[in-house]
Write a protein that binds this ligand. Structure first.
Ligand code: AMP
Length: 380
């Protein structure tokens, strides 16, 4: 049994985006101090942390100094190099462990792990050479999606392959880097299960969340997902098994495609709180961020009870196209909660914040949150 890390201690976060910000807010509420390290300054996490250290992730001396000043290191950005997690672990426990990052930050390693462990996933082939690509297209057919193995998120490093003839050009468009070719899945819907595993191996989840994407970026999440109980039960079981198989201490999200007929295929894993779990801050007894804290500090996990059906809508930089959005208009809906991440530059596609609405059912929550976002977009 690990010794719990108690309030008053200092927690380290590698990465400095909105996930670290919401973790830091939960940590400070419970009386912890937070240090963050990333290459940037005046960051979403740094603005609410006790200390913001600006250093590249491969500055291992800076990483060691950072880790010596905290009781535990966690992360909000999974593309931290393996050497960084290793250097940090010489001075403080890293939770989840560096090997969880190593597996999940690379699509080929992640999919190979899932396949070898017998989890259902989108059919794929590894592409490292032109010959691999040709064979992969033959095996999987078209349409298909090519995704770079490294550093892909929100549809970046992806190219759709409509026919065998287009495959070469698609690979060139993503830099001919090592990649996976995935069969295109004509899914009925996309869902995720955000789950947490404590230091004692206890596993909890927030139920199944339904996700709608726009331009490959998460747009809206709904809880509970509108899928049947049997499919939901299987999704949760799979998520728990993934956390156990990876021996995660912390929070991990499993994203699924639901095929017509109810078959579940894993799309990808994120070994940290996830955008689809943001609604847990307002809608659940314990948020995904507080749970990350409890797990990495070796504390008992909190209740994941959903207090009311909820809908979350992302606020991308596009909403700022005509100037600052009209927040008073959006907040005219009293059920709406506004979360802004403190980012100064509202670039198109950049996640600037989100809104959550709670209601008696998910359809009403969705109507309300979309109405509020539309109202914010209408600049006077
Ligand atoms: P990813 O970054 O891999 O999660 O992809 C972003 C989004 O693109 C997914 O949430 C889906 O909406 C879509 N997508 C990715 N891969 C596939 C696939 N194999 N079949 C159908 N849609 C996909």
């Amino acid at each position: 049994m690990i010794q719990p890390i108690l309030p008053g201690a200092t927690l380290g976060v590698l990465g400095s985006g909105q996930l670290g910000r919401m973790f830091a807010i939960a940590a400070r509420r419970m009386g912890y101090r937070v240090h963050t390290l990333s290459p940037d300054e005046d960051t979403p996490t740094g603005q609410v942390a006790d200390l913001e250290i600006q250093a590249p992730y491969d500055d291992l001396d800076a990483v060691r100094r950072f880790a010596s000043g905290v009781s535990v290191v966690t992360f909000e950005f999974e593309n931290v190099p393996a050497a960084t997690a290793q250097a940090a672990s010489e001075h403080a426990p890293v939770r989840p462990a560096g090997r969880v990052l190593h597996t999940t930050q690379h699509r080929i390693r992640e999919k190979t792990f899932l396949q070898q462990a017998g989890f259902p996933l989108t059919p794929f082939r590894t592409v490292e050479t032109a010959e691999d690509l040709e064979k992969a297209v033959k095996a999987l057919g078209a349409p298909a999606i090519l995704k770079t193995a490294d550093f892909g998120y929100d549809g970046k490093g992806q190219a759709r392959v409509e026919s065998a003839e287009e495959a070469e050009a698609a690979w060139t468009s993503i830099g001919r880097a090592p990649a996976v070719l995935e069969q295109f899945i004509p899914f009925e819907c996309e869902v995720s299960v955000v789950a947490a595993r404590g230091a004692d191996g206890a596993c909890v989840d927030w139920g199944v969340i339904e996700n709608q994407h726009r331009r490959h970026i998460l747009d809206v999440s709904l809880a509970p997902a509108r899928i049947n109980a049997e499919t939901a039960g299987r999704a949760k079981e799979i998520a728990h098994s993934v956390l156990e198989a990876l021996d995660v201490i912390g929070v991990l999200c499993v994203e699924f495609f639901v095929e017509p007929g109810g078959r579940l295929l894993i799309n990808e894993l994120a070994p940290r709180p996830h955008n689809s779990g943001h609604l847990t801050v307002d809608a659940s007894a314990t948020s995904q961020f507080e749970q990350q804290l409890r797990a990495v500090c070796g504390l008992p996990l909190g209740s994941t009870e959903l207090l009311r059906p909820a809908a979350m809508a992302n606020l991308l930089g596009d909403l700022w196209a005509d100037g600052e959005p009209d927040w008073p208009a959006a907040l005219k809906c009293p059920q709406v909660k506004l979360h802004l991440y403190g980012k100064m530059e509202p670039r198109p596609g950049r996640k600037m914040g989100h809104m959550t609405a709670l209601a008696a059912d998910v359809e009403t929550a969705l109507d309300v949150v979309l109405h509020a976002r539309d109202a914010a977009a209408r600049v006077g």
